[in-house]
Design a protein around this ligand. Sequence first.
Ligand SMILES: Cc1cc2nc3c(=O)[nH]c(=O)nc-3n(C[C@H](O)[C@H](O)[C@H](O)COP(=O)(O)OP(=O)(O)OC[C@H]3O[C@@H](n4cnc5c(N)ncnc54)[C@H](O)[C@@H]3O)c2cc1C
Length: 380
Amino acid sequence: MNKNIDERQQAVRDEVKAFAEKHIYPNSEELDRMPEPRKFPRELYGELGKAGFIGYCMPKELGGQGKSHLEYITLVEELCYHDPAIGLLCAVGELATHPILHFGNDEQKKKWVPKCASGEIVPAFVLTEPEAGSDAANQKTEAVETDDGYVINGEKIFIMHGDAADLGVVFCKVKDQPKLSAILVETDQSGWEGRTLKNKMGMRAATTGGVIMKDVKAPKDALLGEIGKGFRYAMTTLDSARIGVSAQGVGIAQRALDEAIAYSKKRVAFGQPIAKLQAIQWMIADMATQVAATRHMCYHAAKMQDAGERFSLEASMAKLHGSETARFCVDRAMQIHAGYGYIGEFSQIEKLYRDQRVLEIYEGTSEVQRLVIAGNVIGR
Ligand SMILES: Cc1cc2nc3c(=O)[nH]c(=O)nc-3n(C[C@H](O)[C@H](O)[C@H](O)COP(=O)(O)OP(=O)(O)OC[C@H]3O[C@@H](n4cnc5c(N)ncnc54)[C@H](O)[C@@H]3O)c2cc1C
């Protein structure tokens, strides 16, 4: 089946396959099974940067590859096909750089984007707080303006790469301002404390952190865009990132489908390969149909983004469908593999099962996507 809707996508798939053979497969299992406390895989992150993957759709003049969003989400899909957690490493680099690229001034872009694109530094998107997840505007972290800049205090949770980040795009309220702002914070200072959260279910190569900020300092020119516009910057960034989560879902679901087809052809029961059983064929037919549908939704949203159209609704639909399709397909693949799926020693299915689950949680839960979709189609 031809997956591509644009001829440039095949080159992306081939590029990722070559990268996967060299850098993903030799590291994948060790990064997934590494004992606690997990360590952020800086070397592999650097390789993703060197390959140009983190800056794939960033402008060439800022150290990126200048590719389209369609090519970028094909990249994420393919990385996640080979290892979802390593695909996520790359996607988080892009997500955290996005607000700087789109809302930063020229100085901020020149200072930070090339370093983020090359993987030289690790950025983090620092929004969620212990009591402000879906209700992201309800932030407690506060920045006080001083003569030199800002002094920030607060706590953040579930921050991808928050344990290893060199730079945090921190969303907070500036004192006496009702709405969120965004401030670029260099983490190499004593008040920034990032720790690796333990016992994460999946996506283990890409670590997740908790961050405590005690009198963290940022200069005046670290304010991103305008005071009070931070919530809009965060939501616009998430709109774009949701197409990336959808692509993660496409990659995971396709992998589950391919594994299920291959296994069903070699596993014999009652004297024949289980692929000959109609019960198995129907599961595979349903999986293939869902993968095709979700891939189209994902590519459609990316094409709208490339065309400069509003894509918030399509991104939410693609994220919702992509993450539910990943869950459905991995679950069916596990049923087809049965015992050989449940026990991780025998196949990738157990890892895929753990890795896919977060797609319905981060960058807006499935319930939040339904709110966005309903708001768009019914009206508020
Ligand atoms: C592995 C991982 C990585 C993450 N990475 C980052 C990151 O890099 N940066 C960052 O800032 N955040 C990150 N997050 C945070 C993530 O975005 C939040 O977990 C998510 O937004 C949900 O917030 P919550 O966990 O506090 O759940 P809550 O908001 O407390 O939600 C609990 C339940 O209530 C539902 N709910 C809440 N409000 C509504 C509503 N109005 N209508 C219907 N249902 C509702 C939710 O859907 C959910 O089922 C990450 C999370 C995880 C698990």
